[in-house]
Design a protein around this ligand. Structure first.
Ligand code: PGA
Length: 252
């Protein structure tokens, strides 16, 4: 048996009304309802979670959200809690996506609160990290990744087994520029070494590390064949059922 089952998640971001989301989820379901080789996750916007959840009910496709608040309830206008996501049968939640960090001021400390709240509610967090182009060009990639991974996952040890890390170089997100498989592999292996430091080698070997950033049918196979790349977090290409399904097939 493979040590780590690949996990491919579609991050639909702020796209798709309920009707469009139902259409996309139905098209994915048609092809992947019985998929057992890869964990397939759909992350629609909050407004479409219920409708998509109903479509993929009783299939092997799982539901994920794109964000949540760390408090269980209270006066936080506009926010959504982990238990609300569980209530809609979410299994996963994306946390600390670079767009949340950049546009909404999320820090590693905030992400860390959210990761703990998600785990407390039995949601599996997909924790995103990655450097900017400026940081890469300045030779600071490892330092930035290390700070983000350690900050976002501090205070967890055995629970790390429940966490999925997504390495998403910011310069590759939505730009059509992908990290080369070697570049991505190097970052993933580095992340696994940091995880070893946070827990132990056995735990770190079980953690799945997804690559994200312009992954598409044409480059998925090469990326997914790297030893430390355990899946993908797909943005743009997940908005089209055919390309998303094709990427998943490359992970089988
Ligand atoms: P992209 O987005 O596939 O459109 O680059 C990935 C992501 O932001 O998760």
């Amino acid at each position: 048996m493979k040590l780590r089952k690949k996990i491919i998640a579609g991050n639909w971001k702020m796209n798709k009304t309920v009707g469009d989301a139902q259409e996309l989820a139905s098209a994915v379901k048609l092809e992947l309802a019985e998929c057992r080789e890869v964990d397939v996750v759909l992350c629609p916007p909050f407004t479409a979670l219920k409708a998509v959840g109903e479509i993929i009910d009783n299939t092997s496709i799982k539901l994920g959200a794109q964000n949540m608040h760390w408090e269980p309830d209270g006066a936080y206008t506009g926010e959504i809690s982990a238990s609300m996501l569980r209530d809609l049968y979410c299994h996963y939640v994306i946390l600390g996506h670079s767009e949340r960090r950049t546009y909404f001021g999320e820090t590693d400390a905030i992400v860390n609160h959210k990761v703990k709240a998600a785990l407390d509610s039995n949601l599996l967090p997909i924790v995103c990290v990655g450097e900017t182009l400026e940081e890469r060009e300045a030779g600071r990639t490892q330092e930035v990744i290390q700070t983000q991974v350690e900050g976002s996952l501090s205070g967890l040890a055995a629970e790390l087994k429940q966490v999925i890390v997504a390495y998403e170089p910011i310069w590759a997100i939505g730009t059509g520029r992908t990290a080369t498989p070697e570049m991505a592999q190097e970052a993933h292996a580095f992340i696994r070494r940091i995880l070893t430091g946070l827990s132990d080698a056995e735990t770190a070997e079980t953690v799945r590390i997804q690559y994200g950033g312009s992954m598409k049918p044409g480059n998925a196979e090469e990326l997914l064949s790297q030893p430390d790349i355990d899946g993908g977090l797909i943005g743009g290409a997940a908005l089209d059922a055919r390309s998303f399904v094709e990427i998943v097939r490359h992970g089988m």
